[in-house]
Design a binder for this molecule. Structure first.
Ligand code: FES
Ligand code: FES
Length: 165
């Protein structure tokens, strides 16, 4: 089996590791580096549970090989906040009851971050479109959209939050 030496920067920490050519990024993150906040669902690009950010873009980490991420900056859900200091997206999910079993939640949150960095003031429709690649079997999505809207309000610059005044 061919192995490759790669370097991944995950949540600001640089890691050198050796992976097989076939190793998926999600498995390198979880199994080699211990970033188990990223979940594995379908392993076929359908559910979004494995969503992370790679070089500033949301990526389903089951669709990328670890070797393709060599040299990349990866951000996982572990980097969003801590249990004592939630990120506004985590606060939004808590306040709006945006999760039930929680399996989809790490991917939802990383996609939400992507949506809000692209568009700090999205409409509900834009949030729904942005979350299209992330599936949730529990919530019916309504509270997830509420959670992202809640986070948007918290994250917006004051001028946007005040309606441009
Ligand atoms: Fe990657 Fe489902 S596990 S999209
Ligand atoms: Fe259970 Fe989304 S909260 S799959």
């Amino acid at each position: 089996m061919t192995e490759h030496d790669i370097t991944l920067t995950v949540n600001g920490a640089e890691h050198d590791l050796t992976v097989e050519a076939r190793t998926l990024l999600v498995h390198a993150l979880r199994d080699e580096l211990g970033y188990t906040g990223t979940n594995v669902g379908c392993e076929s690009s359908l559910c979004g549970a494995c969503t992370v950010r790679m070089d500033g873009e949301a990526v389903k980490s089951c669709t990328a090989l670890a070797v393709q991420a060599d040299g990349a900056e990866i951000r996982t859900v572990e980097d969003l906040g801590t249990r004592h200091d939630f990120h506004p997206i985590q606060e939004g999910f808590q306040e709006e009851h945006g999760l039930q079993c929680g399996y989809c939640t790490p991917g939802m949150m990383m996609t939400a971050l992507d949506i809000l960095e692209e568009n700090p003031d999205p409409t509900r429709e834009e949030i729904r479109e942005g979350l299209e690649g992330n599936l949730c079997r529990c919530t019916g999505y309504q509270n997830i959209v509420n959670a992202v809207q809640n986070a948007a309000k918290e994250m917006q610059p004051a001028a946007v939050a005040d309606g441009g005044e």
